[in-house]
Design a binder for this molecule. Structure first.
Ligand code: IMP
Ligand code: MG
Length: 177
């Protein structure tokens, strides 16, 4: 597959993302005041969003990461979800917040959510920078959404195509045509 940045059309600029993520952080600061949550980042795609969001949350919190894989490469879900790296903290009796880059079919979060619910957190909510509701195959409650988008394959700001483009500072639509 030929990859080229000329195939990427900006969707959300650095400035738009900065403003929106700050708003989300302010909302979470209010909603989690006094709750000392465990904030869980789903690697790898979440890293820029996670760094900006947690720094916009004026709260005491614990931070932990989990890595799962759901994509074998290319732009289609295989439906397989494997735990590659688990949390290094217990969430039992804690308020837990999953932070994800994008919810597409919902298969990844559905599986991760059930797995974490088995560990009996006091609460478990989900925040995602992006949501593609038209692609959903299983229902999953996404409590906080940065932007709801159409069915486009997007890259940048953590999101990749076969491992590439994660470091772009904006989100763009990848057009393979
Ligand atoms: P789901 O299990 O189909 O909801 O997919 C979730 C994961 O698929 C995300 O965490 C991303 O890693 C990946 N993904 C889904 N849509 C996109 C996209 O448009 N661009 C890049 N990665 C995506
Ligand atoms: Mg991801």
């Amino acid at each position: 597959m030929v990859m080229s940045r000329s195939r990427i059309y900006p969707l959300f600029t650095e400035e738009q993302l900065r403003v929106r993520i700050k708003e989300m952080g302010e909302q979470l600061t209010k909603d989690y005041a006094g709750h000392n949550p465990v904030v869980i980042g789903l690697l790898n795609g979440v890293f820029p969003f996670f760094a900006d969001l947690t720094r916009a949350m004026d709260l005491d919190m614990d931070i932990s990461f989990m890595r799962v894989s759901s994509y074998g490469g290319g732009t289609d879900s295989t439906g397989e979800v494997k735990i590659i790296h688990d949390l290094d903290k217990s969430i039992r009796g804690r308020h837990a917040l999953i932070v994800e880059d994008i919810v597409d079919t919902g298969l990844t979060l559905h599986k991760v959510r059930n797995l974490l619910l088995d560990r009996e957190p006091l609460s478990l909510k989900i925040v995602s920078l992006l949501d593609k509701p038209s692609r959903r195959r299983v229902e999953v409650p996404v409590d906080y959404i940065g932007y709801s988008i159409e069915d486009h394959f997007v890259v940048g700001f953590g999101l990749d195509l076969d491992g590439k483009y994660r470091n772009l500072p904006y989100v763009g639509i990848y057009n393979p045509a």
